[in-house]
Design a protein around this ligand. Structure first.
Ligand code: SAJ
Length: 439
């Protein structure tokens, strides 16, 4: 007689398993489509009715998912969406892809995970596998999700249902590494949990990497993004030190990057934006503080990265001062507001801090971003300037904060009176140019 786990795995192999994806954002929707295209019947569950309506009409609202893919799956009856969590009752496999932001206090906000887990606990049944994908502190799956599911159902994890963690590695807009071909780490609460989760994921994903526990999988994700945040902090501090030394940090980095081994190039900038890198490491440091340990590298890197907007405004103030212009009353144009080039995402963007600091110093600040028509942040609103050439020409200072590819940098250099280039966007054009200040 086959066990519950064997019966479940058989359902994955013959595609009779019903898949549910909880949370249909930039992680959940691509995952839903990948499982649908692998032959599963997928129900997407999201509390936002507009998303559900769009998906059921075959429309996508996520950059990486063409509407044609959604339309095709909806027409085939392989994808539907609902706001009703009771749909979980029919699911054999559930992936939780909900946000894990920070609160205003800087502490983790697990409210989305708790809410999803509460709903799931009402509908968990024997023969179900649940995988948490949301980035979180090590121990969340075992300490927070597991008790809720067992207590509410009376079922036993690892016997009746199976629970695992698998970190999302979605990089929106990326075409080389996508949901289907990016290696996927999976760690289970028990060995049978791991088997069930791996048996599910490997039906649709090209490379599934089993690891020894859910905590290893949770911590691997945090290492990945903490590694990045700390190295960006290091290179930002290199920029500050080179500034004090009067050495060009961009030349230093290019020189170091010629080392074919044992070095990885990062570049300085006006700060650390995005919804992953500035945030994920703080989930780790928060957890360790509860264990009476201070994650020194994370806290120091966070301090340095958070200070970069102030460093940029200081460079701007000095450059204007050299031209007998106070920041107060000067026309300053911020070029590029998104948190990184060629995208429309403003989350945690250092441009927001640079603009706020300049306004507080009395500057007459405007911005341009081809992907972001307007900004509303901490009580101020601003529209992207419509006539870029005129704005550049009329500005006392232009600060290149985000180096979108679409900008005509030679034309900007020609029209501008003064440029603070925080991204080395001007490259050789900016070197030694009296109207260009590089980080
Ligand atoms: N940044 C620098 N210097 C660098 C690299 C980045 O200042 O050398 C800044 C960016 O301008 C941005 C912030 O750091 O403000 C984050 O940039 P990012 O390149 O890390 O972009 P993200 O936030 O989209 O990071 C995502 C991550 N992907 C996932 O978490 C699944 C990250 O692990 C990827 O390495 C990164 O995309 C990527 O490589 O594009």
């Amino acid at each position: 007689m086959s066990t519950i786990k064997e019966q479940l795995i058989a359902k994955f192999q013959d595609r009779s398993a019903h898949v549910a994806i909880l949370g249909l954002g930039y992680v959940g929707l691509p995952l839903a489509v990948v499982f649908g295209e692998a032959g599963f019947h997928v129900t997407g569950i999201d509390p936002i009715a507009e998303k559900v309506e769009m998906l059921n009409k075959g429309e996508s609202y996520v950059l990486d998912v063409p509407s044609a893919q959604v339309t095709d799956l909806v027409k085939k009856g392989r994808l539907n969406a609902t706001t009703d969590f009771a749909a979980l009752r029919e699911a054999d496999a559930v992936s939780i892809c909900v946000p894990t932001p920070l609160r205003k206090t800087g502490d983790p906000d697990l409210s989305f995970v708790v809410s999803a887990s509460n709903e799931l606990a009402k509908h968990v049944h024997a023969g179900m596998v649940i995988v948490l994908e949301s980035t979180t502190y090590p121990g969340t799956t075992r300490e927070l999700i597991l008790p809720q599911l067992e207590q509410n159902s009376g079922l036993k994890c690892g016997k009746d249902f199976f629970l695992a963690f698998s970190p999302e590695r979605v990089d929106p807009g990326r075409e080389d590494w996508t949901t289907i071909n990016t290696p996927k780490v999976v760690g289970g609460i028990t060995a049978d949990c791991l088997d069930a989760a791996v048996a599910w994921y490997c039906q649709a994903l090209q490379k599934v990497v089993p690891v020894s526990s859910a905590e290893v999988a949770e911590m691997a994700k945090l290492l990945e993004n903490t590694f990045r945040m700390i190295n960006i902090g290091l290179v930002n501090e290199m920029a500050i030190m080179c500034d004090r030394l009067g050495v060009d940090v961009w030349d230093v980095i290019e020189a170091a990057a010629t080392k074919p081994f044992g070095f990885m190039k990062f570049t300085p900038g006006p700060g650390l934006g995005g919804h992953c890198i500035p945030i994920d490491p703080l989930y780790l440091s928060w957890k360790l503080r509860a264990l009476n340990y201070t994650a020194k590298f994370i806290e120091l890197a966070s301090e340095i990265n958070t200070n970069m907007p102030r460093f940029v405004v200081g460079k701007t103030q000095d450059a204007l001062n050299d031209r007998q212009k106070p920041v107060n009353g000067s026309k300053i144009l911020v070029l590029g507001a998104a948190y990184k080039p060629d995208i429309d995402d403003l989350r945690e963007s250092p441009a927001l801090d640079v603009i706020g600091l300049l306004m507080r110093k009395g500057a007459n600040v405007s911005y341009h971003d081809p992907y972001i028509a307007q900004i509303s942040h901490e009580g101020w609103q601003m529209q992207s300037v419509s006539n870029l050439e005129a704005a550049v020409r009329q500005a006392d200072c232009v600060i290149i904060v985000t180096n979108h590819k679409v900008y005509d940098y030679p034309a900007i250099l020609k029209s501008a009176q003064l440029i603070i280039d925080t991204r080395n966007a001007l490259g050789e054009m900016g070197r030694g140019n009296p109207k260009v200040v590089r980080l």
